[in-house]
Design a protein around this ligand. Structure first.
Ligand code: GLC
Length: 432
């Protein structure tokens, strides 16, 4: 790929990150998302580190400042108030939990990309002192995921809310959500549809359940064992656990870097590796499926998250090949076809709930493309990785820095001036 084809993207991307810079953290989007989000910040730090390392480290420190006393790093840290974002900080009522930190945060977590981003930054510009500073916080977060969120000793972290998955409105969660009866839902006013067309956002019935779940958590004061046994929503997500596996491996590398023991991390990695295919691989369809830990059944919805284990590097090459041959290249699922021209649609076109413009129901997300570019490279599919990288950069160059994109015509959806594609344009162009 000719770098020059996209050469004006880097200055444009830096300008977006500058505009979304709120001092000690970067807003994912200027209006829709005015606080600090966990996995957004990890990726933003990766982008910032390429040209302003001190600012990247500030981004990470700010995220860690929201860490709970029991180790959880929350999905949102509210440094600034007020805003019209719902839920506002008071809605979470985290002060009722003995684990809550002194600053305002949400009461749930998000995909643990942070250790991996720190390892990558360190590989490019050594930051050993910084690793020494943040390692204890990272270790405590990973330990919390492997204990407070391990419902069945399988080694996998369970999610208690779709927002923890980062793929909030994915059809993977629909059946589990439908089984929930939202009772006494506290009054709330959505902020998301103020800035973005309702047709590109979650349906009201799902949103009610999102709010109901938060209400269950706050009534139980965010006590981890109670939530594990009581949360009406309890799933093991292949994307989250793939990210966790790779992040554990990266945490292990950071530990070695600063002469820390690794036995505990090794035991997490061993357990996940031993159980991954048993839990998630579907031998009939040759797909990886998420798992509903509440009903103890597989969630047979064909989404692009089936490729997440490539990013983890946790599966054998034969299964990777099956994924590519039977699904990635299949025009009825993820391959190019008459109606879809840009990869990677987040849901298989063969699914009845596929929608080109609705949040996590089909649109292309650059953050997910980038994870899969990494995964494809890891398994030696360099041409496919190049193609996906090219699609990602083309979407950004043609439509701008959007939260997500319509895979049919490449038009932008959701929030404009988004930080993720800005940080990742820099990454994809600098590390070809
Ligand atoms: C949406 C996404 C989530 C992201 C957040 C901020 O909620 O689903 O993954 O972290 O926006 O960009």
């Amino acid at each position: 790929m000719a770098k020059s084809e996209f050469s004006d993207l880097i200055p444009r991307a830096k300008e977006i990150l500058r505009r979304n810079d709120a001092g000690v953290f970067t807003k994912p989007g200027p209006r829709q998302y005015p606080h600090q989000w966990n996995w957004d910040s990890a990726v933003i730090a990766l982008g910032l580190a390429q040209y302003d390392l001190p600012r990247a480290l500030t981004e990470i420190r700010s995220l860690i400042s929201g860490q709970w006393r029991d180790g959880m790093i929350p999905h949102v840290v509210y440094h600034l108030t007020p805003s019209d974002y719902f839920p506002d900080p008071t809605f979470w009522q985290i002060k009722n939990s003995p684990h809550a930190p002194p600053i305002a945060t949400s009461g749930i977590t998000q995909p643990p990309l942070l250790a991996s981003m720190i390892r990558t930054i360190h590989a490019r510009t050594p930051i050993s002192d910084f690793i020494r500073e943040v390692y204890p916080a990272l270790l405590r977060w990973h330990r919390w995921l492997h204990t407070a969120r391990d419902a069945d000793q399988s080694g996998f972290a369970c999610l208690i809310h779709p927002w923890e998955s980062g793929t909030d409105d994915s059809p993977r969660w629909l059946e589990a959500l439908a089984a929930i009866t939202p009772i006494d839902v506290p009054p709330f006013r959505r902020g998301d549809t103020t800035h973005v067309a309702a047709a590109e956002r979650p349906h009201h019935t799902d949103y009610e359940r999102f709010v109901h779940l938060i209400d269950v958590f706050r009534r139980n004061r965010y006590d981890p064992p109670t939530l594990l046994s009581q949360s009406p929503f309890l799933v093991q997500d292949i994307l989250f656990n793939s990210i966790l596996y790779r992040a554990d491996d990266d945490l292990r590398a950071l530990a070695l870097e600063i002469d820390q023991p690794t036995a505990e991390i090794d035991s997490w990695l061993d357990k996940m590796r031993a159980n991954f295919d048993i839990r998630f691989w579907d031998e009939q369809q040759h797909l990886y499926f998420d798992y509903d830990a509440r009903t103890q059944t597989s969630i047979p919805v064909n989404t692009a998250m089936t490729f997440a284990p490539l990013y983890a590097g946790i599966i054998d090459p034969h299964r990777a090949q099956l994924l590519i041959d039977e699904h990635w290249s299949n025009p009825a699922e993820y391959g190019r076809s008459g109606r879809v021209h840009y990869a990677l649609t987040t849901v298989s076109k063969s699914e009845s709930m596929w929608e080109a413009r609705r949040y996590w129901r089909g649109p292309v997300w650059i953050v997910y493309n980038w994870l899969i570019v990494e995964g494809l490279k890891r398994y030696g599919y360099h041409d496919l990785a190049d193609g996906l990288r090219h699609d990602s950069l083309t979407l950004i160059a043609r439509s701008g820095f959007y939260e997500y994109y319509d895979p049919r015509d490449g038009s932008g959806c959701g929030s404009p001036d988004f930080s993720w594609p800005a940080a990742l344009a820099i990454e994809l162009l600098s590390h070809v």
